[in-house]
Unconditional design. Structure first.
Ligand code: DQA
Length: 148
């Protein structure tokens, strides 16, 4: 099983970026831990971070050709703005789980609305770096349940 992990803008700064909100873990540390979880679950993890909306859209659009079975994505600020990423998720129709380190519903009003979540099977938010692990476990459980 192949899982695509997508991290959106500014997440390359995790560790130094507002640690009171996003925690002290760096993105490489989060990805390394997620790779261990992926190995435990018997799946391959392809990881990608970009600050560019178009690059994320290109990647989602080519996910099926790459043999991807499901997507774990933290769209970061694009969560709240990107009709185009939402449309890309709808177009590929791969199961996706949206991730947020912070509880977006407990912050500024504009963060409580996600344009991308309606095209995902679920959302995990508010557990810091652990949000990624729960999202991956939930996605793999969903894929294993799904009749082929
Ligand atoms: C975030 C929440 C977003 O509102 C914010 O723009 C981010 C990170 C999170 O993981 O908590 O960049 O997606």
């Amino acid at each position: 099983m192949k899982i695509l992990l997508i991290n959106g803008p500014n997440l390359q700064l995790l560790g130094v970026r507002e640690p009171g909100i996003y925690g002290a873990d760096t993105l490489p540390a989060i990805v390394a831990h997620l790779r261990e979880t992926a190995a435990e679950l018997g799946c391959e993890l392809i990881d990608f971070q970009s600050n560019h909306e178009g690059d994320i859209i290109d990647l989602i659009g080519s996910a099926k050709e790459k043999g991807v079975d499901g997507i774990v994505m933290n769209p970061a600020a694009y969560t709240h703005t990107s009709v185009a990423i939402r449309d890309a998720l709808a177009a590929v129709a791969l199961p996706a789980v949206e991730v947020h380190l912070s509880n977006i519903h407990a912050r500024e009003e504009f963060r409580s609305h996600s344009l991308t979540a309606p095209k995902c099977i679920g959302v995990v938010a508010g557990f810091g770096a652990d949000s990624y692990e729960w999202a991956l476990r939930a996605l793999v459980a969903h894929l294993n349940r799904k009749p082929v």
